[in-house]
Structures are given as structure tokens and as C-alpha cells.
Write a protein that binds this ligand. Structure first.
Ligand code: NAI
Ligand code: MG
Length: 356
């Protein structure tokens, strides 16, 4: 089968890691004896496009993307364009318009990578952070200059939106995911002691949904305590479900604990499959290392494995993951994880290891 994929490398290292991911997927397809093929269309959207045209993506961009099987995304953002403009103009626009309400971010140890957490060989790190991806703190509600109080006295309001439907669907998603894992546990994260409306609603929905999954262990933890738990009791977590902001922060923490932000993978899913889902590394455009061949491509390549899974190609996904592990285990690593290999070195080693 041929899968039609829209590639949006966007900015900085996004362009480097998307090229790496495409090369690996094409190699995988090439070795599949015609069983699998990828038909790529690349879109030049991002901060450069904004500077040329005044928009982050074309007017009819969403209409064009709608018909693809998936979107493979790099990272958006560059110091010449304010981040809220670039993020809302491209990545968040796609997530919100295509109702990609579930953001799945697996975190696990890779062989060969030194993690600040790996104190003993038997420490386990195998989590999935499930992020509510359509509302919460990133609903875009609020405004500035609500009252004209004069210079130096501006007021801004940024509200978080929690709906029962939105909370319930992401919490159920987390429970369903937990059922397919060795450790059947869901940890829910809020700050419901301090935020007494939306987060309390979330807690109540969590308790109610949990009753439908008696076979799944549960806990409800405040976000500050959870950030400590990530570091101190990593082996006690399996699926962690949280709001848009909390899960955003916790998943960066999680990937740093695994060794580097450059390793972290993510899927922005529209579980109803009415719109294409989007697969992207968790990291941003990394202007500090962009254009120098230093970017770790594993986050992007691992996100391609999530895309294969989404297509129902579990065997191909497993093969790709194994190639990543073999490569890391052999010490072919970029500088962020202590190696001296380039983006291209890691990519070609992964391609070679696909054949094993
Ligand atoms: P960042 O993720 O780009 O970089 C944070 C740190 O991690 C930097 O030191 C960077 O060198 C390192 N890093 C990131 N990816 C790496 C990789 N693949 N290999 C090796 N090291 C890597 O986050 P930062 O600096 O906060 O943001 C930079 C820009 O990216 C901003 O414009 C921001 O808005 C944007 N951004 C975009 C995201 C997206 O498109 N999904 C997500 C996060 C940030
Ligand atoms: Mg983030």
C-alpha cells in the first residue's frame, strides 16, 4: 500500500530531522518488496515562509492537508518571528483544526544512552505521557488591555478551558492505552487544590471513568508532586494523563530524564480518523545547533515509527525501533547524548541496521 504523507519540516533542525526520517522510511519501504511505499509532498511552510509572504502557511493549507494519510512535522519557530505567532500560525493551527485531541508521548530508556536517572541497571523507565491536545491552558482564551489603565498597568487574562467531553475522551484514551501495556496503571495529573474549577472537573471525570476500568490501577497526583515523582520513583509510572500545559512540561522533563530532548517522540492523533494525524519530535527548532549536522534525529525517526503504528504496520514499526536501539547501543550517537556522530551518521547507521 502507498501512504500519502505531507512533510512539513518548517524551521531550524526541523528540516534536518525530517530529511533523516524521510530517508529512513524510504529505506524501509525499499526493503519491503513492494508491500509498502510512501508518496511524499513537502510543504515549505514555517518562519521563512512567513517572512516572504506574511503567513505561516498558505491560505488553503488546511484544505490541502486534509486529504493526506498523515502529516510528518519537524519543528516550528525562529528567533526572527515571535514564537506565539509561529506556533499558532502553523503547528497549533493544524492540531486544533484537525481535532488532534490526543497527544501521545512515549518515554523510555535507549541502550547506550546515559540518563541522569539510570542509577542502577534495573531502573525502569517506560512511560507514555498522554496530553490533552485541544483545550486546557492552550485553548487560546483571554485577551490583553481589558481595561485602559495606562502605561505600565496593562492587564492580561489567559483562561484555561476544561469541558467534560474533552476531559473524558482523553482520560478514556489513557485507560484504553494502559490496557495494552504490561503495567496497567494510569496516573492523572492536575493542580486541583489551587485551580478549583477546571481541574476539579477533570478529577471528578477521572474518578468516574476509572470505575469502568477496574483492571487498571489508578492514582491522582498534583503536578508539583508528579514532577518530583518522575525523578524519584520512575519505575512506579506507566501511563500519565494530564492537561495540555502540564503534560507539555512533564513530557520535556521525561525526555530529559531519558537522556535528551532530541530522543523524544510524539503523535498528535485524531482518534476518530476524520482528519490526518500528525507525527513530530517533541523538541523545537533548536536555533543554537541548527544547520551544523548536530541534531539528534532519533526523536523524529522514532516519531515515524509511531506513524507506522498508526497505519497498522506494527511489524514495520517494531523493525524501525529495533534499528534505532541497535544504533544507539553501538554508540552511534549525536553530541546531546554524549556521542560524536552527526545527524547523517546516525541516520545511515539506522538505515543499515534495518537490514539486521
Ligand atoms: P528546543 O527544543 O528547540 O531546544 C531546547 C534545547 O534542546 C536546546 O539546547 C537544543 O539544542 C536541544 N535540542 C532540541 N532538539 C534537539 C535535537 N534534535 N538534538 C539535539 N539537541 C536538541 O526548545 P527551545 O529552545 O525552547 O525553542 C526553540 C524554538 O522552537 C522556539 O521558537 C520554540 O517556540 C520552538 N518550539 C517548537 C516546537 C514544535 O514545533 N513542536 C516545540 C518546542 C519549541
Ligand atoms: Mg513542549
Amino acid at each position: 500500500r502507498t501512504f500519502r504523507i505531507a512533510a512539513i519540516p518548517a524551521d531550524g533542525v526541523g528540516t534536518e530531522v525530517v530529511a533523516a526520517g524521510r530517508a529512513v522510511l524510504d529505506a524501509l519501504a525499499g526493503a519491503s518488496h513492494g508491500e509498502l511505499a510512501f508518496d511524499w509532498t513537502e510543504f515549505p511552510w514555517g518562519c521563512g515562509h512567513y517572512e516572504r509572504t506574511g503567513v505561516m502557511m498558505d491560505e488553503d493549507g488546511l484544505e490541502t492537508l486534509k486529504d493526506f494519510d498523515a502529516i510528518y512535522f519537524g519543528a516550528v519557530g525562529w528567533p526572527t518571528v515571535p514564537d506565539h505567532i509561529s506556533l499558532w500560525g502553523l503547528r497549533l493551527k493544524i492540531c486544533q483544526s484537525f481535532d488532534q485531541w490526543a497527544n501521545v508521548r512515549p518515554v523510555h530508556f535507549l541502550p547506550g544512552v546515559v540518563s541522569p536517572l539510570r542509577k542502577a541497571d534495573d531502573t525502569e523507565l517506560d512511560w507514555v505521557v498522554v496530553r490533552e491536545n485541544s483545550e486546557g491552558e492552550y485553548a487560546g482564551l483571554g485577551g490583553r488591555n481589558l481595561s485602559a489603565r495606562g502605561p505600565g498597568n496593562e492587564v492580561a487574562v489567559q483562561s484555561a478551558l476544561f469541558t467534560e467531553v474533552g476531559s473524558e475522551r482523553i482520560i478514556r484514551f489513557a485507560f484504553d492505552l494502559a490496557r495494552g501495556r504490561t503495567r496497567r496503571k494510569v496516573s492523572s495529573v492536575t493542580k486541583s487544590n489551587a485551580q478549583q474549577y477546571g481541574m476539579v472537573l477533570w478529577d471528578e471525570v477521572f474518578a468516574r471513568v476509572a470505575r469502568d476500568y477496574p483492571d487498571v490501577e489508578t492514582e491522582s497526583v498534583l503536578v508539583d508532586a508528579m514532577s518530583a515523582k518522575f525523578v524519584l520513583r520512575p519505575e512506579d509510572l506507566s501511563v500519565v494523563v494530564a492537561s495540555n500545559l502540564h503534560a507539555d512540561i512533564l513530557s520535556d522533563l521525561g525526555s530529559a530524564l531519558a537522556g535528551s530532548l532530541g530522543l523524544a517522540t510524539s503523535a498528535n492523533l485524531n482518534p476518530e480518523r476524520r482528519f490526518p494525524s500528525m507525527f513530530e519530535p517533541v523538541h523545537g527548532s533548536a536555533p543554537d545547533i541548527a544547520g551544523r549536522g548536530l541534531a539528534n534525529p532519533i526523536g523524529a525517526i522514532g516519531s515515524a515509527a509511531l506513524m507506522l503504528e498508526h497505519f497498522g504496520l506494527a511489524d514495520h514499526a517494531a523493525r524501525l525501533r529495533k534499528a534505532i536501539e541497535t544504533t544507539a547501543g553501538a554508540g552511534v550517537l549525536t553530541p546531546d547524548v554524549g556521542g560524536s556522530a552527526t545527524t547523517a551518521d546516525v541516520t545511515s547507521a539506522i538505515i543499515d541496521n534495518l537490514a539486521l
